[in-house]
Write a protein that binds this ligand. Structure first.
Ligand SMILES: Nc1ncnc2c1ncn2[C@@H]1O[C@H](COP(=O)(O)OP(=O)(O)OP(=O)(O)O)[C@@H](O)[C@H]1O
Length: 295
């Protein structure tokens, strides 16, 4: 399968600052690839380079097989959700969308797009009077005009209330089902967990963790916790247990085996109060990326 986006050995600089220090990734047709990372990790720089707005200092980017900086023909196939659309705030929602539609070469249905984003009741409201969340929905609507094959979403749900966020996720899922390819950056890990087929976590200009969400989660240790009044010891476990006061934490690469061993051992012997067993979360993986590079 030919990737829609290919980044190889990407390095980007701002003067003396090397913001991106050798990044490789592919985005395949019809998938949502989430680019996550700590503050200042280089996500926006990568996104701008892939969008064709910035030249890499080294390395190569291909979008639909061509250099996005030099070959503008791909612009009609891509939609970019900007942080600020740049249109005058005095225009209404409908006027802004109509203006954006005329700037696209492809035909698209403004009314249907506004409706899909729940903006139909706000169509005659001036953009400067929209709430932050409504504005983000308009930004997304503008990106969707022209029915792009590839969509860049940069922090798409910032400022949205939980209901709007869920509606936006549903909309993105619908786009994915219809075959749209999406490159997403977000600080909301739940957003990535819900939407991403594959992801990369950047830290200090490099990709620290990458892969399919299920594989990334499976590669990290699950956690079993409980409290026990007395320290009665533990059965032999694959994972590593730590005890602080009455709370016991077990980190394990084999959740099922260790949980079974623990329950069998505890049966009739000790009450494992507040027992919880859970696989690694993206939140924990994110935290470990931060800590590993600090160590
Ligand atoms: N115009 C610029 N001039 C100088 N340095 C810059 C410029 N833009 C970004 N940087 C630096 O480059 C690095 C990467 O920035 P970038 O905005 O790509 O990161 P990010 O992952 O998007 O961050 P955040 O999540 O905080 O938005 C940071 O150290 C940042 O300070």
């Amino acid at each position: 399968m030919t990737p829609v986006i290919e980044a190889r050995g990407l390095r980007c600089r701002y003067g003396d600052v090397e913001a991106v220090r050798g990044v490789d990734f592919d985005v395949l047709p019809g998938e949502l690839f989430a680019l996550l990372g700590t503050n200042g990790a280089g996500k926006t720089t990568v996104l701008e380079t892939v969008e064709g707005h910035r030249a890499p200092a080294q390395g190569q980017v291909r979008v639909f097989g061509v250099d996005p900086l030099r070959d503008r023909s791909i612009r009609s196939r891509t939609g970019i959700m900007l942080q600020d659309s740049g249109f005058a705030g005095d225009l209404t929602v409908a006027e802004t969308a109509e203006l954006a539609r005329r700037m696209r070469t492809a035909e698209s249905d403004v009314d249907a797009t506004l409706d899909a984003l729940g903006l139909d009741p706000r169509r005659d409201v001036r953009v400067k009077q929209l709430s932050g969340g409504e504005r983000r929905r308009l930004d997304l609507a503008l990106a969707l005009l022209g029915e792009p094959e590839l969509l860049f979403l940069d922090e798409p749900t910032v400022g949205m209330d939980p209901e709007s966020r869920r509606t936006t996720w549903e909309l993105v899922r619908g786009l994915l089902s219809a075959g749209t390819t999406v490159l997403l950056t977000t600080h909301y890990l739940e957003e990535a967990e819900r939407l991403a087929h594959r992801l990369a976590i950047m830290h200090e200009g490099r990709i620290a963790v990458a892969g399919r969400l299920v594989d990334v989660l499976a590669d990290h240790h699950a956690c079993i916790t409980f409290t026990a009044a007395e320290d009665l010891g533990l059965p032999p476990l694959i994972g590593t247990a730590t005890r602080r006061d009455s709370r016991v934490d077990i980190r394990t690469p084999h959740l099922q085996q260790d949980l079974h061993a623990l329950l069998t051992w505890a049966d009739g012997r000790v009450d494992l109060a507040g027992l919880r067993a859970q696989p690694a979360s993206l939140e924990e993986i994110f935290q470990s990326v931060r800590e590993e590079t600090q160590a």
